[in-house]
Structures are given as structure tokens and as C-alpha cells.
Design a protein around this ligand. Sequence first.
Ligand code: NAD
Length: 364
Amino acid sequence: MTYEASFSQAPFVYEALPTRVVFGSGTRSALPAEIERLGIARVLILHGRSHAAVHQELKQALGERYAGAFDGARMHTPVDVTETAMEKVAESGIDGIVAIGGGSTTGLAKAIALRTDLPQVILPSTYAGSEMTPILGETRDGLKTAQRSLKVLPEVVIYDVDLTMDLPTGLSGVSGMNAMAHAIEALYAREANPVISALALQSVRALARALPAIGADPGNRRARTDALYGAWLAGICLGSVGMALHHKLCHALGGSFDLPHAQTHALVLPHALAYNAPAVPQVMTQLCEALGVERDAPGALQNINRAIDAPAGLAALGMPEEGIARAVELALANPYWNPRALTRDGLVQLISDAFHGAAPRSYV
Ligand code: NAD
């Protein structure tokens, strides 16, 4: 009898990323102990405007270790904002950074760490996943460039479900679909390996159940816990293996038309997956199982988008229709790895469908 291996990705390389993770509800109370463990004497707290109260609470908890705060982080980590924050870093004589917020606040912490090598403790409040990656995207003069460096990988991440309970319903859903995109593209990544694929499928399972439940009841704590768990695993996927067409398209669309990050991911994902589906049949079978459907994984993602009340299409985010042709040119201009070859006609269809909010088509 022939023996079938339980995975089909050998040979592979797997490299673990050394972030310590504290997960649960109320876990932000562990911050002083985590700061002590890292041997940090003075911290600067970065926080979004929606976290002023949490900032006050943590300021009290840190006592003499608190050295100040900065609440000016912006999406896509503009270098001028980082330079302003760096002045605060220099004048407050800190030896560690704490960030409370979404990917924008985390991005600023990482940008400071890149320039100073200071240790970071991140308390995420969205499902973006940046806290688990050694990747930093920075924007200078409207141009966003990304780099990888272990210098920007946070030392400690404290996931506190309580910090996500106030995340507005609409943003919760699309932010969760942003995480879903990391997990899905990890399954067909060039560097795919069985450890990351196992995490990716677990992430898809958790997010697929949790996001519609949060859409129906934003106060559902169990669903919030599952969503944050799925987002954590998706962040590991994003940090560990390279992404493909979906992420490159969202990067180009977001940068060119100033579209909101998480919403763009949610709207493009069903169509990017439909485009890649013919090249990755085994992944599609695994995805259907994880999404709890017999077939049509892209359709299942579109159904989740409906359940979370995602915007209808990229047009609703403010993208101009003539931008479709420009986005296609951008997608073709810088070749990158993707499981299926990119064709001009295919990309026009994909982006048009995402623009109009059409049902994902079959490319077979
Ligand atoms: P975000 O951090 O900009 O947050 C979106 C909005 O939600 C903001 O107005 C914020 O103040 C608000 N908010 C956040 N948490 C909240 C909460 N709990 N309650 C109420 N309001 C809340 O958006 P995001 O989607 O988390 O992050 C997007 C950014 O992260 C982009 O710049 C993207 O490029 C970056 N990112 C980077 C990586 C990486 O690995 N480098 C990965 C994912 C995302």
C-alpha cells in the first residue's frame, strides 16, 4: 500500500519569529510586568485618539516608568509623522515604546524601532496583524515602500480582547477580512510550509465564524475572542511567508487612489482568490473546508462581506472608474510571484468586478 504524506509541501524552510504573546481578556494589566521583564525604565506610549482613556489607565499603572505619549500616528506611516514622534523620543529619554491601537499606531512604533532599536510592546485594537510581522511600510512624498527587518518586529504583543470591543462594527468586519487575506495568501505563497498552512487554516476557520457573528452582534465577546485569535494567526502568516496578487493589488490601489486599507482588502479578496483558484485546486479544497462550504470559496468570502455590511465595491470607496486601467498597468508594471500568471484581460476583469461589487467569476 502506498503511503500518502499528511502534507504536500516538502521541501520547505520554516523560521519562527521570536515575539512573546500574551492573549486573553483584561490582559493589558500585564503591561507593567512585561515592561519590567524587558528591563525598560521609561516608556513612551503611542495611542490612537480613540484610546485616550486606556492611555490614562496605563499611565497610572506604569507610574514612574511613564515618560510621555504621542497620539499623531497616521495610516501608511508617513515619514514626516515619524520624524515628529522622533523629536518626542529624543526629548523624553525613553528606552522602550508601548503602542495601543490599530496598524497605523503599530506602524509608527515599528518606524521608531527601525531608527532606534528600542524594544516595543504592542496592544492591538484591530485585526490588521502588523504587530506579528518584521515588515514596515513607510510613505514619503506619497510613495509607499516596504522593508523587512527583525529590528521592527515587536518584542511583546499583548492581545486584550477588551480593547477590540469598541471597534466599530463596520471596521471590525473589514479589518477581519484584512486578516483573512493574510491567511489565504499564505496558503499559496511561494514559501508555503506546513506549519504556516496549519495556522492559516485555523485562522480562516476562526475568522469565518467570528466575523458574521460580530456583524450581527458587535458585543459578542466569544466572537471577538475568536476574531482576535484568527487575526493573531494571520499576522504570523503575513510575517512568515511572502504574499501575492491580492496584497500587491491592494497596495497599488490604496496608494494610487488613497483608499482605506482594510476596506480595500475586504472588497478585493473574493476576486483575487477567484483569479488564483484555477492554479491552486488543493488550496481551494482546504479553504472550502475551513470556510464551511462545499464549493465556491470566493462566493463564501463575498457572503461574509455581505454579513459584515462591507461597502458595495471600490467605487463606493471613492475610486474613479478610469482608475481601473491605471491599476492594471501598475499590477503589470512590477512583476512579482503569483501562483497564476497575470494577464491583462484577467486583471481588467478582476479589478472591474471589485470596482462594481460584482459576484466573483469563475476563471477556469
Ligand atoms: P488603523 O490603525 O488606521 O485604524 C483605523 C481606524 O480605527 C483609526 O481611525 C483608529 O483610530 C480606529 N480604531 C482602531 N482601533 C479602534 C478601537 N478598538 N475602537 C475604536 N476605534 C478604533 O487601521 P488598521 O486597518 O488597523 O491598520 C492599517 C495600517 O496598518 C495601514 O497603514 C497598513 O499598511 C498597516 N499594516 C501593516 C502591516 C505590516 O505588517 N507592516 C500589516 C497590516 C497592516
